[in-house]
Design a binder for this molecule. Structure first.
Ligand code: PRP
Length: 178
C-alpha cells in the first residue's frame, strides 16, 4: 500500500464508542447467567477483544468464521462457513459481533443458521455499518458507527490482509488499491 490510510474514525473516538456499547450491553443483559459473544473472524477480533473486556456482566467468547468475499474487494455474493462455533449455543444468549455490515449477507446467513440451533436469544453488534449498501434484511441491535461507501481498514479490518492492526479506522483510496 503506497500511503498510510487517512483517518476516518480515530482511536479515541472508537474507544469511547466501544465503552458506550459495552455499557448498554451490560445493562441490557444484567441478571442473565451468561452472554456468549460470538466473534465473526477474522475482522471482529480487535473489536471483540476491547468490547468483551469493557463488559461488566458474565460473558464467554466463541468464534465463527465465514467468507463472503472471493478475493480483495470483489464480492462473491455467497457466504461460506469456514469454521463453526466450537460449543453448543442451545439455550444460551448469543450476541454476534461483527466488525462491519456491508451488504448484510453475512449477518443474514449467520442469524438464520444460528436461530435453527435454538439459542435463548440472538442479537447483533457491529462496529461499522454501510447502511446504504445493505440489501439483506438485518437488524443491528448495537451499532458503533454508520459510514459511507469508503473502503475501510484498521481495528481488525483489512484490504488484501493488510492494515488489520492499525489502531484507527482508515480509508483506502482507489489509487492505493493495487
Ligand atoms: C467482512 C466483514 C463481515 C462481512 C460483511 O468479512 O468482516 O463479516 O465482510 O460483508 P457483508 O455484509 O457484505 O456480508 P470478510 O469476508 O472481508 O472477511 P474477514 O473478516 O476475514 O476480513
Amino acid at each position: 500500500m503506497a500511503t498510510k490510510p487517512e483517518i476516518l474514525i480515530s482511536e479515541s473516538v472508537i474507544h469511547t464508542r466501544v465503552r458506550e456499547l459495552a455499557e448498554q450491553i451490560s445493562k441490557d443483559y444484567s441478571g442473565k447467567d451468561e452472554l456468549v459473544l460470538l466473534g465473526v473472524l477474522k475482522g471482529s477480533f480487535i473489536f471483540l477483544a476491547d468490547l468483551s473486556r469493557a463488559l461488566t456482566i458474565p460473558r464467554t467468547i466463541e468464534f465463527i468464521a465465514v467468507s463472503s468475499y472471493e478475493h480483495g474487494s470483489v464480492p462473491s455474493g455467497a457466504v461460506r462457513l469456514v469454521m463453526d462455533v466450537r460449543g453448543s449455543i442451545e439455550g444460551r444468549h448469543v450476541l454476534i459481533v461483527e466488525d462491519i455490515v456491508d451488504t448484510g449477507q453475512t449477518l443474514h446467513y449467520l442469524i438464520d443458521m444460528l436461530k435453527s440451533r435454538n439459542p435463548a436469544s440472538i442479537r447483533t453488534c457491529a462496529l461499522l455499518h454501510k447502511a446504504h449498501m445493505t440489501t439483506a434484511e438485518v437488524d443491528i441491535d448495537y451499532l458503533g458507527f454508520s459510514i459511507g461507501d469508503e473502503w475501510v481498514v484498521g481495528y481488525g479490518l483489512d484490504y488484501m490482509e493488510q492494515n488489520r492492526t492499525l489502531p484507527y479506522i482508515g480509508i483506502v483510496h482507489p489509487d492505493d488499491r493495487n
